[in-house]
Write a protein that binds this ligand. Structure first.
Ligand SMILES: Cc1cc2nc3c(=O)[nH]c(=O)nc-3n(C[C@H](O)[C@H](O)[C@H](O)COP(=O)(O)OP(=O)(O)OC[C@H]3O[C@@H](n4cnc5c(N)ncnc54)[C@H](O)[C@@H]3O)c2cc1C
Length: 466
């Protein structure tokens, strides 16, 4: 697939093979082969964020050289080593997501940078006092999940992708247009290059261009709240607990980061989030100390803060002939339970499993069509849609329900809500079922999300909760 190439620089990490990452930056005198004849791939993935990269890695892991895959990413992720400042965007990865990242070989790239496993999760009603505590050892797991910066997850996956000969990373490259023909999709990129594929995947986030080009509808609505996110330096060392406190104005969450750091999230009205964001640093830190649980200890410095609008959306279809949507391109959820990327990674693993089953059948099939042409047929892609759309719709409803239950209420309902939390705390089966759901270890899981270590004890040597 010999195009002129640069590389996505991975400072402090093993170098990406120069021939693997293809850049749009070319010399003016050069004529790109792709301008004359489109490059041909079985699958083209638009979006090399966490979810698109997971799909490419899962396909390469399960199908190897039998499938030629290209992944386009418009924004080259900047390198990040363990010594760099923390990013604002972090994710609470479930056990299922950790299993998938391990199965595709990307976990060492996360461990080599930084991450924070947590064993406990405490949820309480900040007004009435009802609370419940989840402990991973009740289910025999060393931890409930891990907090990892989004960029660390993306870089670890890109690094792993650069090791597969069957995957080309085109970065930075942007999708401009796509023509869906009976047997192919012709793809035009901003750089002027053309690609041809049997199956086009939209992993290009909430404002998906693929979804738009495929004229797939989306139902969406905005929550009347924003999320304020702040990374802080804490006086106490890393703790292995996450806190969620529900206040009449909206939930607050505290997520541990490696070392003396934590990520704080505060859901509030748009006006209040804007006000908090503009407070001078010292005033902001003192306010956070006063408003967040005292177990957090004092805050020494503000390392970064920002805010995000909150909305839910669900595509009316995940697939069409030759097109499939995964991750935020297919659905976005309220982030209060930290499920968004976990759902997207499951989409990726399920789609890869559906595709690999078709590829394995095709190996013993004598027909002359290319594997990409076969995979892109709607009836094959429908298996992915049936598997994931109902599960995701349920999660959107559950998180919407959480939002409704914990929004400002008349006093009698607030008392019932608080009693419900205490009840869950006392009822082990209910707590166990909730924990399994949040950890992503229940339900109809793809092969990549199952297995991996499940030994009690702390495999990462995290300090005891102080
Ligand atoms: C405040 C907040 C907190 C959150 N916390 C959590 C959490 O704790 N846990 C969790 O699971 N989820 C969380 N989420 C949700 C999570 O961040 C998203 O679900 C996740 O980022 C979706 O990943 P994605 O790869 O599908 O999309 P994106 O992350 O949006 O990636 C899409 C990629 O496609 C690329 N792209 C877009 N258009 C094009 C194009 N035309 N051509 C080429 N490339 C293109 C973009 O550059 C980008 O890299 C949170 C969200 C918010 C707002």
């Amino acid at each position: 697939m010999g195009m002129t190439s640069d590389r996505c620089d991975n400072q402090g990490m093993p170098k990406v093979k120069p021939s693997k990452v293809q850049s749009s930056e070319v010399q003016p005198s050069e004529v790109q082969p792709s301008e004359i004849q489109p490059l041909d791939y079985d699958i083209v993935i638009v979006g090399g964020g966490m979810v698109g990269s997971m799909l490419a890695a899962a396909l390469a892991t399960q199908c190897g050289a039998r499938l030629r895959v290209a992944i386009l990413e418009s924004a080259q992720p900047s390198p990040l080593t363990a010594e760099d400042p923390y990013d604002l965007r972090v994710s609470a990865l479930s056990i299922a997501s950790e299993n998938m990242l391990k199965a595709v070989g990307a976990w060492p790239g996360i461990v080599a940078r930084r991450f924070a496993p947590f064993r406990f999760m405490q949820v309480w009603d900040g007004e009435q006092g009802g609370n419940t505590m989840f402990d991973s050892t009740e289910l025999g797991y060393p931890h409930l999940g891990c907090i990892v910066e989004n960029r660390v997850i993306q870089l670890a996956l890109h690094e792993r992708l650069s090791e597969f000969d069957s995957v080309d990373i085109l970065c930075p490259e942007k999708l401009l247009a796509a023509d869906v023909l009976p047997k192919r999709v012709e793809v035009r990129l901003e750089s002027g290059k053309h690609l041809s594929t049997g199956c086009l995947i939209g992993a290009d986030g909430a404002r998906s261009r693929v979804r738009e080009l495929a004229a797939i509808g989306v139902e969406s609505s905005q929550y009347p709240q924003k999320a304020l996110v702040a990374t802080v330096q804490t006086s106490l060392p890393q703790q292995d607990i996450t806190w969620q406190r529900f206040l009449p104005t909206g939930p607050q969450a505290l997520l541990p980061l490696a070392g003396h750091r934590a990520s704080m999230v505060w859901y509030h009205s748009e006006e209040e989030v804007d006000r908090l964001q503009s407070l001078p640093e010292t005033e902001f830190l003192r306010l956070m100390e006063a408003e967040f649980p005292e177990q957090m200890g004092s805050l020494d410095a503000l390392l970064g803060r920002g805010s995000f609008p909150l909305f839910k959306s669900h595509a009316t279809h995940y697939v069409k002939e030759r097109i499939a949507l995964i991750g935020d391109a297919a659905h976005t959820v309220h982030p209060l339970a930290g499920q968004g990327v976990n759902l997207g990674l499951l989409d990726a693993a399920v789609l890869a499993e559906v595709v690999s089953d078709v590829v394995l059948q095709k190996s013993s099939n004598t027909r002359s069509e290319s594997i990409g042409e076969i995979i892109g047929r709607r009836h094959h892609l429908r298996r992915y849609e049936r598997w994931r759309r109902t599960d995701n719709a349920l999660m959107i409803q559950v998180l919407d329900g959480f939002y409704e239950v914990f929004k400002p209420r008349p006093r009698p309902l607030r008392v019932v809500r608080s009693m419900a939390l205490d009840f869950v705390n006392r009822l082990s089966p209910a707590r166990g079922a909730l924990m399994q759901y949040a950890m992503g270890v229940s339900g109809d899981l793809p092969r990549l999300a199952i297995s991996s270590s499940r030994t009690p004890g702390d495999e990462y040597g995290v300090k005891e909760f102080v």
